[in-house]
Ligand binder design. Structure first.
Ligand SMILES: NC(=O)c1ccc[n+]([C@@H]2O[C@H](COP(=O)([O-])OP(=O)(O)OC[C@H]3O[C@@H](n4cnc5c(N)ncnc54)[C@H](OP(=O)(O)O)[C@@H]3O)[C@@H](O)[C@H]2O)c1
Length: 271
């Protein structure tokens, strides 16, 4: 089971997807994606810069699940954003993925003149090459620049978020603007899974630390995309629909925030 979240355009996305960052080997990517689909995932997150689109596409085909039952996201990298070569980059990604559309394409980082090239993302949507368009690593300041000038609103903002970097103001802002939030590095690349505060809750609920974080995101309406190459862990990370974290414990997790990032601050980035 993988409950869907509904976008501002009425389309839906499975609340839990598989992340594929740092799976650079395409054979491993194909095997990982096929295993994830086998254990129940229907949503896969990749990016041009991950170097694994060919393997991701192959894994989807190997799974024999019909294309229209899978939700595939890719992202256009900074060089192509800066040069405005959005359409060219999309064509390369589609070729590697072996599909004629993606379910969602994201601006990977707010590089270059995003208020200008967003028009090209809107055209990708109009042309049916991307069923949904969104952004990643956008701050409230950046969304405040983009939203007044866009014709089609982003459906998603994909950002770093985990219990040590909660981004509550951004989550509230996105809720108000009807932009879904996706959490990247939800486990802080695994670091949070042996922290006593999270393990304490895992013990209380008879779940794992990963499941507590996954469920906390889900109950906040946040999409999650944990990465694992291990089928048992994949199963664990999606098996979160049979329990509830209490209101008090949801508030308690919010107190874990240490404003501790794993990745760069989008306001100072330059890559
Ligand atoms: N938009 C962006 O700029 C951006 C940036 C970073 C990431 N992302 C996306 O977000 C996805 C997730 O983030 P992430 O890959 O950085 O890190 P993550 O999902 O926070 O953590 C992945 C790490 O945790 C381990 N792990 C996963 N499940 C586990 C479990 N149940 N028990 C123990 N260990 C577990 C994995 O190891 P094994 O694989 O060995 O199981 C891996 O080392 C990425 O893959 C990517 O798709 C997007």
């Amino acid at each position: 089971m993988n409950t869907n979240i509904t976008f501002n355009n009425g389309n839906t996305i499975p609340a839990v997807g598989l992340g594929t960052f740092r799976i650079e080997d395409n054979d491993l990517a194909a095997k990982t994606v096929a295993s994830a689909i086998e254990v129940g995932y229907r949503h896969i997150d990749t990016a041009a810069i991950y170097g694994n689109e060919e393997g991701v596409g192959r894994g989807m085909k190997d799974s024999e699940i019909p294309r229209n039952e899978l939700f595939l996201t890719t992202k256009i990298w900074n060089d192509d954003l800066r040069s405005g070569k959005i359409k060219e980059a999309m064509a390369v990604s589609l070729e590697k993925l072996g599909t004629d559309y993606v379910d969602m394409v994201l601006v990977h980082w707010p590089a270059g003149e995003y208020t200008e090239y967003w028009k090209l993302f809107e055209e990708l949507y109009d042309e049916g090459l991307a069923k949904n368009i969104g952004v990643s690593n956008f701050t409230m300041r950046m969304l405040d620049k983009l939203l007044p000038v866009c014709r089609i609103k982003p459906v998603v903002n994909q950002v770093e978020r985990h219990p040590y970097f909660i981004q509550k103001p951004l989550l509230k802002y996105c809720d108000k603007k009807e932009i879904a939030l996706t959490a990247w590095s939800g486990f802080m690349v695994g670091e949070l899974l042996n922290k006593p505060d999270i393990l304490g809750l895992a013990e209380k609920y008879g779940k794992t630390a990963a499941q507590i974080i996954q469920r906390w995101n889900y109950q906040n309406g946040v999409i999650s995309i944990p990465k694992s190459i291990n089928p048992d862990r994949m199963k664990e990370n999606i098996d979160i629909f049979d329990f509830n974290i209490s209101f008090e414990d949801m508030k308690y997790i919010d107190t874990f925030d240490k404003n501790m990032r794993k990745g760069p601050n989008p306001e100072n980035f330059n890559f």
